[in-house]
Each structure stands twice: as C-alpha cells, then as structure tokens.
Design a binder for this molecule. Structure first.
Ligand code: PMP
Length: 399
C-alpha cells in the first residue's frame, strides 16, 4: 500500500470548496459571490493603471531575475511602513518596526504565527466569532490552541463590543488576539474608533499580544482611516504584529504579495525579532518572489503612481458602497418582510446578508448564484448588470 494511504482526509474549507464548485458550474449566467475578489462595473478583475505603468517600467528595465533579500527590498519595506503608520511617525523614528515581504497576507499570518510559536509556545490564540475560515486553521496548523471571542450579534446585525471586551479581559496574559483592522471578514461590521481605543486598552492592560490582520486597507473608510488600529497599538508602545495584504488593494491576487510587520515595545529587540522571522522564511521558501513586490514598491515610492493608485482605490471603495446602497434599495422594494439596511452600514467586500444555509443552498441550486452558507456575500462582485438577477434570486429564496 502507498505511504499516502494513511494521509488524514483534509477537506477544503467552505470558501475553497464552493470556489471549486463554482468553476464546475455549467450554467453560463452563474454568479460568484463567494470569494473576496473585487470586480469592476463590467464584472472584470481590474488591472489598476498604476500597476500597469509600474509593470511596463519594470519590463523595460529588463532587470536580471536575481534572488531577492529574504526580507524584501528596502524600498518595499519602507513603503509598507509608511502606508501602515504614516510618514515619519514616532514608531518608525524609534526604529521599533521591522517589515518583511510575505507571500500574500496569508504568508504574513503564517510567518507571524511561527514567530509567535517560538516565543509563546503555550499561548492561546483568540479569533473573532465569526472570522475568516483560514484564521483558525492557520493558527492551529502553527501549533496553537485557538479560541474565539464574541464579535457579531446576528439579531442586531452589529458588533458586540462589550462582550468582546469582556472576553479579551478574561484571556490569560500573553494570549494572542487576532484582530481585523477594517472590513471585517465575513460580517463587514467594524469597530468604531472609540471601540478600537477600548480594545487597545484591554490588550495593553491584559498583557495580550495583538496580531492585526489588514487585508483590506483602503476599502473601509480610506487608507489612513483603515490603519487606525495599527496606529493606536503603535502609540500604545506594545509588542504587536501586522499582516498586510496587497491582494485586494492593488488587485494583485495571484501575485501573492503582502507583508509582515513586527513592532517591538523596545527598539533594542527589533533586530532579534526580524532575525527570527528571516530564519523562518529561509527554512520555508528561502526568499520571496519578485514581481508583485516590485510593482507595489514602485507604486508606493513614485508620487505620480501613488496618486493614481489612491484615486483608483477610492473608486473601488465608492463603487462597492454604491452597490450596497442599490442592493438594499432593490431588496427593500421587494417587501420581503425584513429590512436590509444593515448592509449599507457594513464596510469592505463582504456582507452578512442574513441568508440562512438553506436559502444559500437554494440560491446555488435554483439560480446558479454562489454564496457561503453563512450568508456571507461578496458585495464587490455585484455590478449594475448582475444586480437585478441577484436581487430577484434572493427574493425568490427568502419568500
Ligand atoms: N485575512 C483576511 C481577513 C482575508 O480576508 C484574506 C483574504 N481573503 C487574507 C487575510 C489573505 O489575503 P491574501 O490573499 O493576500 O493571502
């Protein structure tokens, strides 16, 4: 018998399962509301203008395809830090932060988890209830026990900030708390600034280690606004980690580009933190890929490209918000016995629509429209062309 006979059956998570089912779906008018991918008004994944220009310039230079530094290039790293913390802020001046290029936001979470496992082998990891499916799996794969903290109230369709704070206060010192910086996945419901301050305070008081997952910077209220959590932790002077993803904000999904930023309460130790992370990268995949990082670096470091990028990013943000408004208007016009206005208060690509698992199943079976059983839909995949069908289909399964 084969060695692999005894491989444990490892089912895909629901997102990847439905993603594959969608690709096998034969109805030509199928609609994918499963994965977090932004499509434009014509339903295409955009190649941003700034990205195209940076790519063209990169190719024109015909640079040799050398190995890159384990941690990425200096220009990439400083660009990411500026995006996270702002120009010349105290945390950067004090040299308390180290940034490493990563294989997407997921790679940043994994390297960060491996760093933490070395330093806090017995720590509990707490993730929001609910959270992105991969959070629990990833931290468990890194060897941690994962718990959840209350986050979402389905009845009020809002954040349960008080219950969340109570849970954080109950965690043992040295626990790791995974926080969604903005555009909470899957609910779309974010903490407001006052609630963030309370969360930061609870983490500081409780000696917790925050791991800020920032996969959607620029899709919530804006690049600066969406960085609030990272900036508050930086001001608080604690040790924490940030996983940045540029998959969505640069529309570079398949390039697998992100960054891990380690922030130390003591500048004297940041070199050790970086060395440990580099060691973990070295024994994983040795050094990171070039293309996505070269593009992101060029955009972040070239003022004209940066301006073009922020403008287009704002355009994506506004288009999603517009689709939320239109979705709610169209659903409310159907008189379905419940209101949908909570969807317009949500931020980012996702929305907890309130659809039940049975309704989500019916949406797939009867209409070829794919949404998660939790009712999470990707609002960023809606456009004026597919919205009427989505609305009619939702109305059909809800009635
Ligand atoms: N964290 C969250 C909350 C996400 O939604 C995602 C993307 N779905 C990621 C991390 C990972 O992003 P990437 O594709 O860059 O690995």
């Amino acid at each position: 018998t084969s060695l692999f006979q005894s491989a444990p059956s490892a089912p895909l998570d629901p997102i990847m399962r439905l993603f594959e089912a969608f690709h096998q779906e034969t109805r030509p008018d199928k609609i994918n509301l499963v994965v977090g991918v932004y499509t434009d008004a014509q339903g295409r994944v955009p190649v941003l203008r700034a990205v195209q220009e940076a790519e063209r310039a990169w190719i024109d230079q015909a640079r040799p395809k050398q190995y890159r530094p384990i941690e990425g290039t200096a220009g990439f790293r400083s660009g990411v830090q500026r995006l996270l913390f702002g120009e010349n802020t105290a945390v950067l001046q004090a040299k308390r932060a180290a940034t490493l290029q990563s294989v997407g936001g997921t790679g940043a979470l994994k390297i960060g988890a491996d760093v933490l496992k070395q330093l806090l082998p017995d720590a509990i990891v707490a993730v929001s209830d609910p959270s992105w499916e991969n959070h629990r799996a990833l931290f468990e794969a890194a060897g941690f026990t994962v718990r959840s903290y209350p986050y979402y109230d389905a009845t009020r369709q809002d954040v349960r900030a008080d219950a969340m704070l109570d849970a954080l206060r109950g965690l043992p010192r040295g626990s790791i708390v995974v926080l969604h910086a903005c555009c909470h996945n899957p609910t779309g419901n974010d903490l407001d600034p006052a609630q963030w301050r309370a969360v930061v305070d609870a983490c500081v008081q409780g000696g917790l280690v925050p791991f800020v997952d920032m996969a959607y910077q620029g899709f919530g209220d804006g690049l600066e606004e969406d960085a609030l959590a990272a900036r508050l932790f930086a001001e608080a002077g604690v040790d924490f980690l940030v996983a940045s993803s540029f998959s969505k904000s640069f529309s570079l999904y398949g390039e697998r580009i992100g960054a891990l930023t380690l922030v130390s309460s003591d500048p004297g130790t940041i070199g050790r933190a970086e060395a440990l992370a580099k060691r973990l990268v070295r024994t994983n995949y040795s050094n990171p890929p070039t293309h996505g990082a070269a593009i992101v670096e060029a955009v972040l470091q070239t003022p004209a490209l940066y301006d073009a990028w922020t403008e287009e990013l704002a355009g994506m943000r506004h288009r999603i918000h517009d689709m939320r408004t239109r979705l709610v208007q169209a659903l409310d016009a159907q008189d379905l016995g419940r209101g949908f206005s909570a969807i317009t208060r949500q931020k980012g690509m996702f929305s907890y629509s309130g659809l039940t698992p049975t309704q989500a199943e019916a949406l797939r079976a009867r209409h070829g429209i794919y949404a998660l059983d939790t009712g999470r839909i990707c609002v960023a995949a809606l456009n004026p062309g597919n919205l009427p069908r989505v609305v009619d289909a939702i109305a059909d399964v809800v009635r």
